[in-house]
Design a binder for this molecule. Structure first.
Ligand SMILES: [Zn+2]
Length: 231
């Protein structure tokens, strides 16, 4: 995953982002190809053999068996998930914020149904994301999370305000799907607390609340998260 210092890794079809192109091509090397989609906070996961198959597509997850591909998503407080089934040689990357929570199940189902993975072989790393220390939400979103992803996915502060734990929600889903605990790793960095990371919440905190998103997006740094196969 890139850090704030690498610059903005934003990706949209048709957009030219020289910082991203330079950074990713340095990491990919000449033998690998970047596979990307334009993110829309959905639960859509693509299974692909080539980067071209994704041309013009929008979604939030990419799985492949092609070891020359590097599936890339971007995040700025949302959770990047890195998946690998070492037995079937399946791997990929997902973008999962509150709206897209559940995409990890889609990815597990895709691995099983498309690639013949056994759930017991699937390994998942939940990368740096905004943790419950900083992810305050209103009561209705907290209630929705608690009912769909278990009570552990909501934290309550002493003043009664509530926050979300994306990690607890995804752990709940992975356990439900049958992925063994020992195959799941949760990084403990909070992207909002830890200034090495770009953060939507931290970097846009002082902006006027009526600023439209198209302007707001110039103030926070999205990071690239990718999974690269290595034998
Ligand atoms: Zn925090």
């Amino acid at each position: 995953m890139s850090l704030l210092s690498a610059g903005n890794m934003r990706f949209e079809w048709g957009m030219h982002n020289p910082a991203r192109e330079k950074f990713l091509s340095e990491n990919a090397g000449s033998s690998h190809k970047i596979a990307a989609v334009e993110l829309i906070h959905s639960k859509t996961v693509y299974s692909v053999n080539s980067a071209q198959e994704l041309n013009g597509l929008k979604g939030d997850g990419i799985l492949t068996q092609n070891k020359a591909l590097i599936p890339v998503v971007t995040v700025a407080d949302c959770m990047p998930l890195f998946l690998c089934d070492p037995v079937r040689g399946v791997f990929g990357t997902l973008h999962s914020g509150w709206k897209g929570t559940g995409i990890v199940l889609e990815a597990v189902h895709t691995a099983v149904n498309v690639y013949g993975s056994s759930v017991k072989d699937i390994c998942v790393v939940m990368g740096p994301h905004i943790h419950s220390c900083c992810y305050k939400v209103d009561d209705s979103r907290a209630a929705l999370f608690s009912s769909e992803f278990g009570s552990e996915s909501v934290a309550t502060f002493s003043d009664g305000t509530k926050s979300l734990s994306l990690a607890a929600a995804n752990l709940f889903l992975l356990r439900k799907a049958g992925v063994p605990d020992e195959n799941i790793c949760i990084r403990n960095e909070c992207t909002c607390c830890d200034k090495r990371f770009g953060s939507f919440r931290r970097q846009t905190a002082g902006l006027p609340s009526d600023m439209p998103f198209c302007e707001r997006k110039n103030y926070f740094t999205v990071q690239a998260a990718w999974t690269k196969w290595s034998d």
